[in-house]
Every structure is written in C-alpha cells, then in structure tokens.
Design a protein around this ligand. Structure first.
Ligand SMILES: [Zn+2]
Length: 241
C-alpha cells in the first residue's frame, strides 16, 4: 500500500480516542530513527528518517500498532562535516529524548515498542546497544526491540550511504524524492573506483562524481531490484515484531 495512504497509523495525527482504539487492538508503537546528512545530489538529507518512517508504516499496516513521528536527529559518523549534515556527537543527548519517549509510552499503557533505525553509523548502533541495556534496568513493563535497516538477513545487497541500496529503498517509499537526473551521466562520468572499492576515501573528494556517496553507483538503480529489497525488509520486520 502507498505510504501516503497510511496516515491513519501516524500517531501524531490521532486523538486519544483513536489511539486507544488502535492500541487496544495491538499494543505496539514503532519509533523510526534517522539522521540529517548529505546523501549525494540526488537524495534528500532526511533520507534515513523518511525510509524508516515509511517502512514502519508499512509494517504497522500488516502487524498492527501505530508509528511515532521519525526522530530526525542521529548520531555522528565519519561524514559529519559534509554540507547540510547535522549529527549528534553526545550519546547522552541522543538517548535522553528516546528514553523519555519510552517512559511516557510505558506510562500510557503501551506494552511494546519497536525502534527501527534507518541510520546505522557505528555510533548510532552503539548508542542503541546502550539503550537496550539501560532499558532492561529502568523498565517497568514495556518490551523494547531494536532493529537496523542494515541488518535484514534476507537482503542480498549491502546497506550503504546514498548509493544503490539507500536510493532503491527511498525510491520505493517516496519515488518523487529520488532525483538521479541531478547526477552526471554515467557514460561520460563513470564512478571510477580504485580497485573496485566503492566505499573508499576517494568518495570524500568534493570533485568526485559520487562525492559523499559510499557504496555502488546509484545510477545503476533498477526498480525491479528495489521492489525485492523493500519487500524483504518489510517481511523481516513483520515476522520479528
Ligand atoms: Zn542514509
């Protein structure tokens, strides 16, 4: 189902009576996480949240439950200095808002929360590990599960940054936001990766045709492959929640 037609699962759009009704049927709330960062000229800076939010809506549509607005701020990675990139350095700052959200959802009677992150910098994943440990100590009743888009066991393509994987995933959720035409033609300007390494430091050079994109050339995007990836991610989560 088109993500735009799942607005009735977005918790921020609902009144308390509507929330009670949905939570009574399935006591589950999704928290999509992302980041604000450069993803190349062809993709929006909020890609990680846009994809995690869209995927959570699709999963909630199948499994029940409601979806929190995406948390657009994520933990830092090695590309923190790229233009229009705003990443958090301090784990405490990042985790405080998420913990408050968990505590308040628990106090409101929600039984289960699933955090799904579309941003998977090492710091982000480490912070989520810390959260998992901390929550076991402070929790009263709420169960917490955490998944990263980079961990789907059935997807054969490695998760990347602004490259073929992230381009494919966003294209299935918000096709109007993928603008491959912003990148130069691959026939005239091929990706030209030393030793075939599409994640090397040459991509950090602002003159590189795929500057700030880490992974295989997004200009090789194929809708057919994108459909398989997104279906596998959604199936994986539906089975896991
Ligand atoms: Zn990303």
């Amino acid at each position: 189902m088109a993500t735009n037609s799942l607005k009735h699962l977005q918790i921020e759009r609902l009144n308390p009576l509507e929330i009670d009704k949905a939570i009574h049927q399935k006591s589950l709330v999704f928290i999509p996480l992302g980041a604000i960062e450069w993803h190349g000229l062809h993709l929006p800076i909020g890609l990680d949240s846009l994809t995690s939010h869209g995927i959570c809506l699709q999963v909630a549509h199948k499994s029940g439950g409601l979806v929190m607005p995406p948390f657009y701020y994520g933990m830092s990675g090695s590309i923190w200095h790229h233009p229009y990139t705003i990443l958090i350095e301090e784990e405490l700052v990042f985790l405080k808002i998420i913990k408050t959200t968990l505590v308040r959802l628990e106090a409101s009677g929600v039984q289960k929360v699933v955090i799904f992150t579309g941003h998977f910098s090492l710091k982000q994943l480490q912070a989520l590990d810390t959260l998992k440990q901390d929550w076991l100590i402070i929790r009263k009743s709420l169960d917490l599960s955490i998944f990263s888009i980079s961990d789907c066991p059935t997807v054969e393509m490695e998760a990347d940054h602004g490259a073929i994987f992230e381009t494919s995933v966003l294209a299935e959720i918000h096709p109007e936001l993928v603008k491959l035409q912003n990148l130069p033609s691959k026939e005239i300007f091929p990706s030209n990766d030393p030793n075939g390494n599409s994640k090397g430091d040459h991509r950090r050079d602002p003159d590189n045709v795929l500057f700030g994109i880490f992974g295989d050339d997004p200009r090789n995007y194929k809708k057919q492959r994108a459909e398989i990836i997104i279906r596998k991610i959604i199936d994986w989560l539906v089975q896991s929640v």
